[in-house]
Design a binder for this molecule. Structure first.
Ligand code: C2O
Ligand code: CU
Length: 433
């Protein structure tokens, strides 16, 4: 097989380290217009939105079990909110305007405060007009450290994103156009990694925390230069780490990888006969006192196992999109024929019940289905429990079952994380009480 190796669509995919901003004291996360160097150094800067002066926003880190208290200060000219993606927190802190809190108007603030029950890789992002606000940069990493973290030389957060951007550095307009909404969403023409560190030494043992922050792009990824294992998906440790192979990362999904650096660490976007480099971690020197090469499982999460026989069987049928017909009220997409948030919620569930949900994708596009406030097990065809996730990719025509114990009271959103789809109908909610 001959593969062409080139940078993604245009420009060089140089790895630019994330700007390191810290929280002002007291902890404030200030959303505001920022200027970012998305294109390679020397090309134009891009007017975007960010937190505390940068996009991505500052990396928030807490220890498992600790409380994160952050004042969200909205200095943009649009209403907004912050959602803590993947955290099993109390409902009032979930950041969903109209469901769990009022919209935070320009100039206003909102105090978030919650305990982080699970160690892992999470992220935060705007949850209003997210197809535009997230695409413009209103997101950042949220890392919950293990009480006894695995020993590594470097713990590196790597956000992956793509942008629809002109050669001048200006973001292409037309956010929220119906054509994007009805198809795969706002796919970018330029993609790269945003790593928290851009160099490693040969022989280093590193932990990579990949987070797909794109609003629509499913990244097919290969990582070269690393002998490693996958240790967690969506912040949830695997019972048995798996050898790192090529994988897909859907919007909002995360993967944690631990291993040894054997060469320049390349992040490759793999299409059938094309490979694009999204960036790399350069080698500087050699580590002559290497840490152990074995990769053990991380401490298992305290997530309830669904019962074999569920209390509830639910169906989430995805319909609509281009060539998929229109829905009442002009919405493009629906779940079970219902578009958007309405009184027609998916289910009212008694706290502690196990539900199995059939995710039926009856559309011509893939959808990344995300449940708030809980993690769920992906089920194999024979019913065996697979990976624990908060976002699962359901391909066109595919049917996938998930099982979840609804043990967190409140009103929880269930939606497509292709954010244009969410905006045009693909969301519903579940009431747990
Ligand atoms: Cu990451 Cu409802 O979203
Ligand atoms: Cu979708």
């Amino acid at each position: 097989m001959t593969v062409k190796r080139r940078t993604f669509l245009m420009g060089a995919g140089a790895a630019l380290a994330l700007p390191r901003t810290t929280l002002a004291s007291p902890n404030v996360l200030r959303a505001e217009p920022v200027s970012a160097q998305i294109l390679p150094e020397g090309d134009g800067a891009t007017a975007m939105l960010g937190f505390n002066g940068s996009t991505p926003g500052p990396e928030l880190r807490v220890r498992q079990g600790e409380t994160l208290a952050v004042r969200f200060d909205n200095q943009t000219d649009e209403g907004s909110s912050v959602h803590w993606h993947g955290i099993r927190l109390q409902n009032a802190m979930d950041g969903v305007p109209g469901l769990t809190q009022p919209l935070v108007q320009p100039g206003d603030s909102f105090d978030y405060r919650f305990q982080a029950p699970d160690a892992g890789t999470f992220w935060y992002h705007s949850h209003n007009r997210s197809w535009e606000q997230v695409a413009k940069g209103l997101y950042g990493p949220l890392i919950v450290e293990e009480v006894n973290p695995p020993q590594v030389d470097h713990d590196i957060t790597v956000m992956l994103d793509d942008w629809r951007i002109e050669e001048t550095g200006t973001l292409v307009g037309g956010f929220g156009n119906q054509h994007d909404f009805a198809h795969a969403g706002r796919l970018g023409n330029y993609a790269k990694i945003l790593p928290s560190r851009s160099t490693v030494a040969l022989g280093d043992r590193i932990r990579l925390r990949l987070i797909n922050t794109a609003t629509a792009r499913v990244f097919p990824i290969r990582i070269d230069g690393l002998a490693a294992k996958v240790v967690a998906l969506d912040g949830m440790p695997l019972a048995t780490p798996r050898a790192l192979e090529d994988f897909q990362l859907a919007p909002a999904q995360r993967v944690d990888i631990i291993g040894r650096v054997t060469g320049q660490v390349d992040f490759l976007f793999v299409l059938r006969d094309d490979i694009y480099e999204m960036g790399h971690l350069a080698i500087v020197g050699e580590n002559t006192t290497p840490l152990s090469a074995s990769v053990d499982a991380l401490m298992q999460p305290d997530v309830k196992r669904p019962k074999e026989i569920p209390d509830r069987s639910l169906t989430l049928k995805m319909e609509g999109g281009a060539m998929g017909g229109r829905h009442a009220g002009g919405d493009i997409w629906s779940f079970n024929g219902v578009s958007g948030l309405s009184d027609a919620l998916l289910a009212s569930i008694t706290r502690g019940e196990t539900a199995v949900i059939d995710l039926i994708n009856d559309t011509r596009f893939a959808h990344g289905i995300h449940l708030h406030g809980h993690h769920f097990y992906e089920l194999a065809d024979d019913g065996t429990q697979g990976d624990l996730r908060d976002t699962t990719l359901v391909d066109r025509g595919e049917v996938r079952k998930i099982a979840v114990v609804f043990d967190n009271p409140g009103k929880w959103l269930l939606h497509c994380h292709m954010l244009g789809h969410q905006a045009s109908g693909m969301k519903t909610w579940i009431d747990v009480s």
